[in-house]
Design a protein around this ligand. Sequence first.
Ligand code: HEC
Ligand code: HEC
Ligand code: HEC
Ligand code: HEC
Length: 224
Amino acid sequence: MKRVLIICLAVLVTAVMANAQTIVGSKHDLSTTGGTPATDVTRVCVFCHTPHQASAANGQYPLWNHTLSSTASYGTYSSSTLDATDVTDLGGATAGTAPTSNLCLSCHDGTVSVASMYNPPNEDTTPTITAISGRIDSGGLIISTANLGTDLTDDHPVNFTYDTALATADGALNDPATDTAVAALLINSKVQCTSCHEVHDPTNVPFLVMDNTASALCTTCHIK
Ligand code: HEC
Ligand code: HEC
Ligand code: HEC
Ligand code: HEC
């Protein structure tokens, strides 16, 4: 009985340890608790979400609060072996209808301050930005390698449909209709930044949805 109990406890402890970690204190914590870079804002979620909409401008899933980029065109990845036919430019995004990838690009295309919000916290409506050498400049722009820039033609394609037809055409992709692990990575049947990244969880650096040892993330979709 005692041994069963110990085994149960061990299983429980492992399960708890495998749980998601918090965004608080991670690179996505831009508040005082993260120590970077808005040195006078004590709240964490506010840089990306607001509990109450300030105006129609930010009527965006999921209660989006970070100013979207006004970049008109990012271009799209193309190649002679690409089978996807609907890779759609993320440029010219409109708050309220923008795909989730535009939420990431609102900081990661390097054109909007990380502290630019539709509805800043009442406690501090004009956050003070403290530059962090090599990472964030005094204007709040990301200047490290995490700045993807405004050209996405050299990045893994996003904002396109991944369905049975694409898997068949490609011949080396798992079929999302029958493979639940693939289906779980898609947003409205599309590949987006969040197919591979989970902004809230720093467990698998850099904010990956799963451990990518032996490229396990890549081989979830690609049969390679
Ligand atoms: C750096 C930006 C950022 C910060 C900070 C952030 N989030 Fe998010 N959050 C996102 C993005 C992007 C999405 C949409 C994509 C997704 O679902 O991951 C999202 C989605 C969500 C969702 C809806 C989808 C889901 O996962 O349930 C909830 C709830 C949420 N966030 C809560 C929070 C809370 C609570 C905090 C603070 C503790 C927080 N977020 C901080 C970027 C952020
Ligand atoms: C509010 C601004 C903001 C938004 C929105 C945002 N990020 Fe970030 N992200 C940052 C900052 C700031 C860093 C840290 C940059 C540095 O210190 O070099 C970062 C770092 C990262 C990193 C590198 C992490 C590491 O460990 O090196 C990844 C990956 C990332 N973000 C992905 C995303 C994705 C995907 C989304 C959308 C789902 C997103 N981010 C949305 C601000 C943001
Ligand atoms: C197909 C999976 C996949 C997609 C889609 C994807 N990423 Fe990534 N991303 C990764 C992996 C894997 C890494 C780590 C690369 C490395 O360690 O060299 C990464 C790294 C990053 C980094 C850190 C770069 C650095 O050198 O510091 C940022 C920021 C980032 N991604 C943001 C994004 C954003 C924004 C999008 C959507 C426009 C996106 N990612 C789409 C898989 C993906
Ligand atoms: C969510 C599923 C998914 C994940 C995870 C994923 N990919 Fe992809 N990837 C795709 C799809 C779908 C395409 C489009 C294939 C096509 O149209 O031919 C693609 C395209 C590509 C291409 C371009 C193929 C071409 O013909 O030009 C490369 C290379 C690639 N992925 C590598 C990777 C790597 C490396 C990783 C891991 C870091 C990864 N992918 C993770 C789904 C995924």
